[in-house]
Structure formats: structure tokens, C-alpha cells
Design a protein around this ligand. Structure first.
Ligand SMILES: Nc1ncnc2c1ncn2[C@@H]1O[C@H](COP(=O)(O)OP(=O)(O)O)[C@@H](O)[C@H]1O
Ligand SMILES: [Mg+2]
Length: 327
């Protein structure tokens, strides 16, 4: 297990990782990989073990069990080589508050071992990428939350690493700032492997190619955001909005259709939600029935599903999470 070449591994590989704090097991047997060109969203409720896992990947915290390879290097045996490949934005984006942005980034560049000229060009490039030009000479403690987060980002990308690990990069930002940071992440994703943690579900849809979900320290799901949506009971459901009230026999007629499992009357008197069995596509049958019955419809919408519903089911009590996800 020790000497697989750097080339043969994914950008980040995590194998049977575990972390105990005393008698408490915060991370239990987690395995996954991140490839170059991929943005992997690391999802889970508060206390799930996201930050602890990321700290172990970044070499900030020694695992109790398991192994991590970053850029093909074992983070425990070859920490310097591994850390050269890696940019890490810790939770809350800590920085030296009394330093100016420029002084802080110069300090980081020095720690990264750059000589004077390269130091300058590295800092200038990071300032530009993170859009920090207007505050470069201000003390970090005087900056808004959004700017502080960008300072953390600039620090993480200063050495243009092929791998980025970012712990809740958009946490606490306003919608415009969130959008900016997400755009930056998407731009960088082309040639990097990026792992971001979040508890914001739309973020997974907005920027991630793949999502993993952990709860109580265990891996519960590993797949695409689309696959996650498919697990929603609303996936492929059809919402009907009638012109006027719902006809008296509509629900019963819809229930007779092949593939339809349930029909819910919504709060509005003019709407029905038609839910399929096992996410079957039912829109065709529903539309045919509506035509045959000459129902007057304002709207007929196929639902893609609701991430929050799936998230709650997967991360809820252990027995509820048995359906659908890989073992
Ligand atoms: N240094 C520590 N000592 C003891 N318990 C810790 C420590 N760090 C984290 N924990 C616990 O481990 C669990 C996972 O925490 P964390 O990884 O921060 O979760 P997340 O980032 O998903 O919110 C939590 O129950 C937390 O209280
Ligand atoms: Mg955390």
C-alpha cells in the first residue's frame, strides 16, 4: 500500500479514514476520491465530521485510522510533497488580523518558499484572482466577512495548487458574495481537483459535479446531484394547476393510471400533485388523461425533486437511511 506511484492515484484519495477524540468517534471509515477537473461537494449537517475529515486531508490533524493521499503522496509519510500540491481554506478562513492583506499574502508566499520576485508576482496574481485590489493595504481586521473570506481564498490559491480543499467557502457571505466565490470556484475547476464542504444544498446544484454526504461520521451517499434528486419522492411527480377548482373526480382518475402512487391535494384549491411509484415517468399518461377528460389546465409541471427532502432522509436517524444509498 505504501509505494503506488504518484501518477496512478486520483488527486485526492481517502481510504478507511477515521478519527477519535477520546472515546468519541467523529469520523468512521470514510473512503472516497476526487479527480482533477471535478468539484466534489462534501455535505452533511453540523457536527457530521466534515471539518475533521478536511483537516486530516490537509495534514492538520493526524488520523486515528486509515490513509490519505494528496497528489499521490501519503500525507503522513510525505507531508511536504503532499502540501505543495494542496491549497487549504480552513473553516472560518482564519488569518492574522493585524496584518494588511498584502503583508499577509507576502508572509504566506515566504512560507511557501518563494524568492522575492516570484513572491511579488504570486501575491499580485492571488490578489487579482480573489478580487482584493481595492483592499490590498488595509488591515485584515477592518475588512467585511466577504473580503476576509476572499483573503482566505487568495492564501489557498497563492501557489496555484492542483488540489483545493475548502471548508465552507461561502458560509456567512451575502448572496452577491456567494455568487462571486462560486464563480471563482467553477473557473478554477477546469484544471484542478476541488473539494468543498457546505451545508447549503443549492450550492451542490450550483457548483458541484459530484456530492458525498456524511452523517454521524459515516459516508451515506456518493453520486451526482442528479442522482440525489432522483431519490426524492417528488422526482418525476407531476403538478397540475387547473383553471378554476379541481374537478371532483380528477384525483380518482389519476390514481387509476399505471405508475401513479399517490395524488395529493395541495393547499391551493386549484392544484394537484401526482406522485409516481418508484420515480416512474408518468407525465405522458397524465397529459393524455387531461386531454381525454378535457380538463382546463393552467400548468402541467414535471418536478425534478427536492434536495432537502433527500438530505433529511439520508442524514436522519440511521434506520431511515437504508434506502437507495451505497453500502
Ligand atoms: N478537537 C476536538 N475534540 C473533541 N471533539 C471534536 C473536536 N473537533 C471536532 N469534534 C467533534 O467531532 C464532531 C464532528 O465535528 P466537525 O468535523 O467539526 O463537524 P462538521 O464540520 O461536519 O460540522 C462534532 O461532534 C465535534 O463536536
Ligand atoms: Mg465544519
Amino acid at each position: 500500500m505504501t509505494s503506488a506511484g504518484a501518477q496512478s492515484r486520483a488527486a485526492v484519495e481517502v481510504a478507511s479514514l477515521g478519527k477519535d477524540f477520546g472515546a468519541f468517534s467523529a469520523v468512521k471509515d470514510i473512503s472516497f476520491a476526487v479527480r482533477r477537473g471535478e468539484v466534489l461537494g462534501f455535505l452533511g449537517p453540523n457536527g457530521a465530521g466534515k471539518s475533521t475529515t478536511m483537516k486530516m486531508i490537509a495534514g492538520f490533524l493526524a488520523p486515528t485510522r486509515g490513509q490519505v493521499w494528496v497528489g499521490g503522496y501519503d500525507i503522513d509519510r510525505r507531508p511536504l510533497e503532499a502540501k505543495r500540491c494542496l491549497g487549504y481554506l480552513p473553516e472560518g478562513a482564519p488569518a492574522y488580523a493585524d496584518m494588511s492583506v498584502s503583508a499577509f499574502l507576502t508572509f504566506i508566499a515566504r512560507m511557501r518558499g518563494y524568492r522575492r520576485r516570484e513572491r511579488r508576482s504570486r501575491v499580485a496574481a492571488a490578489v487579482e484572482k480573489a478580487n482584493l485590489g481595492s483592499v490590498a493595504y488595509k488591515p485584515i481586521e477592518t475588512l467585511s466577512k466577504g473580503f476576509k473570506r476572499r483573503v482566505g481564498l487568495a492564501q489557498a490559491i497563492l501557489h496555484d495548487p492542483p488540489i483545493l480543499v475548502m471548508d465552507e467557502p461561502t458560509d456567512g457571505l451575502d448572496p452577491n458574495q456567494k455568487h462571486e466565490v462560486r464563480t471563482l470556484i467553477r473557473e478554477m475547476a477546469r484544471d484542478k481537483a476541488i473539494l468543498i464542504s457546505t451545508h447549503i444544498l443549492e450550492e451542490v446544484d450550483a457548483i458541484c459535479d459530484r456530492a458525498i454526504i456524511i452523517a454521524h461520521g459515516r459516508l451515506k451517499f456518493d453520486g451526482t446531484p442528479q442522482q440525489l434528486l432522483c431519490m426524492s419522492s417528488l422526482h418525476n411527480a407531476v403538478r397540475l394547476r387547473f383553471a378554476g377548482n379541481v374537478p371532483a373526480d380528477a384525483a380518482a382518475r389519476l390514481l387509476d393510471l399505471h405508475g401513479v402512487g399517490r395524488v395529493n391535494q395541495s393547499d391551493e384549491a386549484d392544484q394537484l400533485m401526482v406522485l409516481p411509484n418508484n420515480a416512474t415517468a408518468i407525465v405522458k399518461q397524465v397529459a393524455q388523461l387531461a386531454r381525454a377528460e378535457t380538463w382546463q389546465l393552467q400548468e402541467l409541471v414535471v418536478e425534478s425533486g427536492q434536495l432537502d427532502e433527500v438530505f433529511r432522509r439520508i442524514t436522519g436517524p440511521a434506520e431511515a437511511a437504508q434506502r437507495g444509498e451505497p453500502a
